[in-house]
Design a protein around this ligand. Sequence first.
Ligand SMILES: [Zn+2]
Length: 253
Amino acid sequence: MWLDPLVVRSFAFISHAHTDHARRHKEALLTPQTLALIPEARRPRGWRMLGFGESMRRGDGTVTLHPAGHMLGSAQLHFEHEGTSVLYTGDIKLRQPGRVRTFVPRADVLIIETTYGRPHFRFSDPDETIELIARWCRRALDSHVTPVLLCHALGKTEEVMLALAQYGFAFALEKRCVPCAHQYAQAGRSLPDWIELNGDPIADRVVIAPPVGKDEVRRLGRYRTALISGWAKDPDFARLFGADATFDLALAL
Ligand SMILES: [Zn+2]
């Protein structure tokens, strides 16, 4: 069994639905939510779904999946064989909103993704960051400026909407975020009030758009942009997107 392999394999574990992890394997092991988030044209040819906390036999070993807290459906894989265990995390986020910590099962061998492994990636408290983003959006709306949050379309957009829902915002999504929002809803996670951005000026809504290609955003009239990304900790990367503000909200670690 291959773990998130980059090339097509006969049997592979897909930890979550981001394109750098989901390949069209002959047979894949994944959670039902991850399968629902992979567009049909990109799905593996065959699959075996396993829910969180469920186990399955593989040879003489046992495989169990646990939530990785990275995005909807994302899973850690725990493999045990004759008293020895391996844990593969995929992309993992340990700190969840509301000070909840992701459960990480004990294992003899840990294989962990380190997207933000370099020392300058020390993220602020996610609850405080969400609070800061909410205040930034509110200030913009109060002065009749459209707040635009630049977020990766699949995962980040939806997680940010869910986290900001408690502040009562309504949203307008740039067209590239729309299919992902539908997929999230289909996979069982309902999102707060949103409409699709259609080129008309938007009042009283927070706009969410992917960081690259801001054509539709430029038609909004008065707007301000904020990059929402773990990469905001990297000044060169943040400068690349020319955002007015940056917030270091990451989906990993
Ligand atoms: Zn990912």
